[in-house]
Design a protein around this ligand. Structure first.
Ligand SMILES: [Zn+2]
Length: 280
């Protein structure tokens, strides 16, 4: 939140005033949310210049769309949805499902399920390695990871911004996390020790079912009984125990590096100057 911002004025009020043509209310709204929207565009754009240009389009679109704001959404999810739409328009090539569709089992194995790689968790502390792995993912995967881990939106909000139903958003997030782990395994110096993985049934669950539920397990989206059975399975299944802890370590490490960076005052000033020119 910008210094001097009057937080007693709600986002909804500012959007209402913006809809009535109040430019100073609009500037306040921009100042409040530009850092968040900028992080999102930066994660999805080709480069920083592309991200900054997109940012301008997004807030101009918000200026024009303020009268259509629906008060059942938060200002931030509304702006992120506009952002996503603008970036989509800029990069039409996006497909629904990232290329290289694999079964969950294949993806899990590529992500290291069933292999021993002692150094995996150590590697996660290298923010550079993690940032590179994130950058090499498809925009769709980066988008869902950013929405959940950086912006901290709920599943429902993230699904709404990404234009997906709840189940599709959960599935995409799970696969994006696994693909991130796969990228982290691709480091040629750290192949890990592959061996034949046994698919076991412990506590009435197949290893494959545990693999499929890891994201819901971690994010708290499972019934208590399912949680208990997964815990029992993991206790007695070495492969799932190892992979489960690597999976959560990767998710938390990503959350760590995506934490709010220093406010980019210069980018904000440039944005406001351009918007002033555009809306007169
Ligand atoms: Zn298992």
């Amino acid at each position: 939140m910008a210094e001097g911002d009057d937080t007693r004025i709600s986002d909804e009020t500012l959007i209402g005033r913006t809809a009535a043509g109040d430019r100073s209310a609009f500037e306040r709204l921009v100042r409040r949310h530009q850092a968040s929207v900028h992080r999102f565009t930066r994660a999805l754009a080709y480069d920083d210049a592309d991200a900054e240009q997109a940012l301008q389009e997004i807030f101009l679109a918000a200026w024009r769309a303020a009268g259509r704001f629906r008060y059942d959404a938060s200002a931030r999810t509304w702006l992120l949805a506009i952002a996503r739409h603008a970036i989509y328009r800029r990069h039409r090539r996006w497909a629904d499902e990232p290329a290289g569709f694999a079964s969950l089992r294949e993806l899990g194995e590529a992500a290291g399920w069933g292999s021993e790689d002692e150094a995996f968790v150590d590697r996660l502390v290298d923010g550079e390695v993690l940032a590179q792995a994130l950058a090499s993912l498809s925009p769709e995967d980066r988008e869902i990871l950013i929405l959940r881990e950086l912006e901290g939106l709920s599943h429902e909000e993230a699904a709404g911004v990404a234009g997906l139903d709840d189940a599709a958003a959960r599935a995409r997030l799970h696969r994006a996390r696994l693909r991130l782990m796969k990228k982290l395994r691709e480091d040629p110096d750290h192949g890990g020790d592959r061996r034949a993985r046994e698919d076991r049934i412990v506590a009435g669950l197949h290893c494959g079912e545990v693999l499929a539920d890891l994201t819901a397990f971690l994010d708290g989206g499972l019934p208590a009984d399912r949680v208990r059975r997964i815990q029992e399975h993991v206790k007695d299944c070495e492969d799932c125990e190892r992979f489960g802890s690597e999976f959560s370590a990767a998710v938390f490490a990503l959350r760590e590096i995506l934490r709010e960076p220093a406010r980019d005052e210069e980018a904000e000033a440039r944005l406001l100057a351009r918007l002033r020119t555009e809306i007169g």
